[in-house]
Structure formats: C-alpha cells, structure tokens
Design a protein around this ligand. Structure first.
Ligand code: SAM
Ligand code: SF4
Ligand code: SF4
Length: 374
C-alpha cells in the first residue's frame, strides 16, 4: 500500500497563513444530496424522488460557480467536490470545468461507480488534483449489503483505469457493521492498486438526516469500533511501527490525572470555520458538513458576509473542559463536530468516543503483548 503524506506542504503553509488573516483557504462543496448508493450510515443522502418532494432545491451550476468565484476572490485555493455522489449531476462537468478555469485545485469525493466511459475519458483528459474514492467492501456481496448495489468489481476496475493513467487516487474506508469482515481483502486491494487509504471505524451520528438523534448512528458499537480500528492498524503497520505506536499509547495511559479538571474548554482545533467552510447542496454554509449549526444561507447573505458570520460564530464555540487535560486527547479523534453530533452540544463529553479510546488502548495493548509473547 502506498504511504504518502496526505497533504502537500504548500497547503499547510496556506492554511496557517489563512488562519492569521481569516481567509477561507479551502471549500467543501456538497454538490448534491442524491446518490446511486444507499449506505446506512450516510450523513447526507436522498433519492431523486425524496429530493423532488422535500421542498428544497439543489443549487444550479451557475450558482455553484458564482459562489466558487466569490470564495476564490476571498482566498480559496482548494475545493473538494462531494455529495451525495457528485457525479450523478448531469451538469457536473460544467461546474468542474468552470472551477478549473478559475485556477482552483480540485479534489473529488466519489463512490467510484460512475468513473467509466465518457466520464472517465473526460477526467483522463483533465484530471483533478486528487480523487478520494470510497471502497465499501471487498466483494460484490458486501457492496450489495452495505450500499444496495453490487458495484465492487466495477469500482475496482474504474480505480485501476485511473491509476493506469497516473491519476492521483486515495481511498476512503468507512468501517461499519456491514463491511467489518472485509478488512483483509480491502487492504489487499489497496496494495494491488498502490493507493493510500484513510480508514475510520468512527462514524458520526448523522444528525443532518436524523434530526436530533444525537449519539445515534448506524455504526459499530464503541467496543467493536475500537476492535476494528486496531485490526486495521495491525494490517497497515509493520510490526515495528505497530510496536512503537503501542508503546506510545501505553505511556499515555500511564499518565495520572492531576485531579484538577479544567472548567473552560478550548476553541475549535481543526480548520473548520477558521480556514475552511462547507457548502450544503441547498446553499447553506456550515463550518463542517457533520454539524447543523452554526449555519447561514449564502444565497441570502452573499459569500463574504456568510464567511464572516461562520468565522465569528465558530470562534465562540467552546469544547469540553474535561478534554483539555485528558490523556487520550491526541488520539481519541474528538473534534467540535464529534461533540456536537454525539451530545447535541459543543461542550458535551462524548461517552461513546471516550469509551472507544479506552478500548483502542486495551486492544492495542493485548495485540502488543501477544506479539511479544511469541
Ligand atoms: C458522504 S460521502 C460523499 C462522497 C461519495 N458519495 C463517497 O461515498 O465517497 C463522503 C465520505 O463520507 C463517509 N461517510 C458517510 N457517512 C458518514 C458518517 N456518518 N460518518 C463518517 N463518515 C461518513 C463515506 O463513507 C465517504 O467516505
Ligand atoms: S456513496 Fe457516499 S453519498 Fe452515497 S450513500 Fe454512500 S456515503 Fe452516502
Ligand atoms: S477521550 Fe473523551 S474526555 Fe478524553 S479528550 Fe477524547 S472526548 Fe475528551
């Protein structure tokens, strides 16, 4: 499996400069909520019929290009086109070509199933900066169970064609109850395709779809989520890398709390709402696509005012005081979106995530000791 840095240095530099100056360096454009797959854990998903009856509309290609231009004029360099499945839009290339002409560096999140025929040809002529393709299983059967469509062979063939043409592809792997048994095959596929994989067994509660169902999700229980996270580590790391990681984790675990819980939490640590923003398919801006607030309507406010509002509102967010001195804070994966989707509050402690972190340490320790005993 390819092991590369997932971010070019120039991006790190631009984001740190953007943070100082309050610029929107990266935009996530959710072009549609529609998709030809039906993954149970998905945080944004509609059929054509659901979209027709929901009373809302997707932005038009022109509206997306107007927003992209305003964002670029304000500092945006990177764009992620996502969905739903962005390639279900018949006018996808009007948006894509228009953004390329603006000089934007475009990445695309896709389930990979439609990257064939004329669509593939067009991408081979004008490839994006990067494709992030989700691989949902290691067989057609897993795809049928998880996504409602037996697309495994097709997706692999499409990725092979992109790789053969030298297009930069990275895989996203969401580990769920439906594909947990396929990790060895998925790893073997990644090795064969020579691509990097970003895997996660943590699935956010999809509160954008399920209203106020905070903490609920079609996902693994926290113990199983930890177990499969470690199972993936055992596949992807060499024995030496795994040992080093295990030893670092066990050291962290040995740190005693000083017994003085901090009252005030920190602000948002990631780029959401400070140098990046999320545009929903119907024209609302959020700091991050997993959240439902803070939110503003870009079509009413205009891009610049929307960005300033999101920035200011994000600055007000405070995360839990308990996390400030927690020994697991650098690897539990908690962020503002996790706190919000797990508890309905930005300062709520996400029990599922805390328990999962403890279990990850425990499974890692057990695997480490088993290896040492051999
Ligand atoms: C929503 S999809 C959109 C792009 C494209 N349809 C795809 O599947 O890659 C983007 C990524 O989000 C992941 N995803 C979906 N629901 C999620 C959730 N509740 N928590 C975390 N990731 C999720 C998907 O597995 C996929 O890798
Ligand atoms: S393929 Fe992507 S957008 Fe479609 S249902 Fe699955 S996660 Fe959601
Ligand atoms: S493990 Fe829990 S308490 Fe500790 S940093 Fe993560 S979310 Fe906060």
């Amino acid at each position: 499996m390819k092991k590369t840095s997932t971010e070019p240095y120039v991006s790190t530099y631009l984001h740190s400069k953007g943070r100082r100056l309050g610029l929107p360096i990266a935009g996530n454009f959710e072009l549609t909520a529609r998709c030809n797959f039906n993954c149970p854990m998905c945080y944004v998903h509609m059929t054509d019929a659901q979209l027709r009856s929901c009373g809302k509309q997707e932005l038009t290609a022109k509206q997306w290009l107007d927003i992209a231009k305003a964002a670029r004029d304000k500092g945006m360099v990177f764009v992620l086109l996502t969905g739903g499945e962005p390639l279900v839009r018949k006018d996808f290339f009007e948006i894509y070509d228009g953004m390329r002409e603006m000089g934007l560096l475009i990445s695309i999140n896709s389930n990979g199933s439609m990257l064939k025929g004329e669509i593939l040809e067009r991408f081979l002529e004008n490839p994006p900066f990067r494709f992030n393709i989700s691989l949902y299983g290691g067989s057609n059967e897993t795809y049928r169970n998880m996504c409602g469509i037996s697309a495994y062979d097709q997706v692999k063939e499409n990725i092979r064609a992109l790789r053969k043409a030298g297009v930069d592809v990275s895989l996203n792997l969401s580990i769920t109850p439906y594909n947990k048994a396929d990790l060895p095959q998925i790893y073997a596929d990644a090795v064969e395709l020579d691509v990097n994989v970003r895997a996660s067994s943590y699935m956010y509660p999809s509160v954008r779809v399920n209203g106020d169902q905070y903490g609920c999700g079609n996902r693994l229980g926290c113990r199983e989520s930890a177990r499969y996270s470690v199972a993936w580590d055992l596949l992807r790391f060499t024995p030496e890398e795994f040992e080093k990681r295990a030893e670092a984790m066990m050291k962290l675990e040995a740190i005693e709390s000083d017994g003085c819980p901090v009252e005030a939490g920190e602000g948002v640590r990631c780029r959401a709402g400070s140098t990046s923003f999320w545009m929903t398919w119907d024209g609302r801006m959020l700091p991050c696509g997993m959240m439902t607030r803070p939110e503003v309507n870009v079509m009413e406010l205009g891009f610049d005012a929307a960005w300033e509002t999101i920035r200011k509102e994000t600055e007000k967010i405070k995360t839990p005081g308990k996390c400030v001195s927690c020994r697991y804070k650098d690897f539990c994966g908690a962020c503002a979106a996790v706190y919000f989707t797990e508890t309905g509050r930005f300062d709520g402690v996400p029990e599922y995530v805390c328990k999962r972190a403890e279990e990850i340490v425990e499974y890692t320790r057990r695997a480490y000791e088993e290896r040492k005993a051999k």
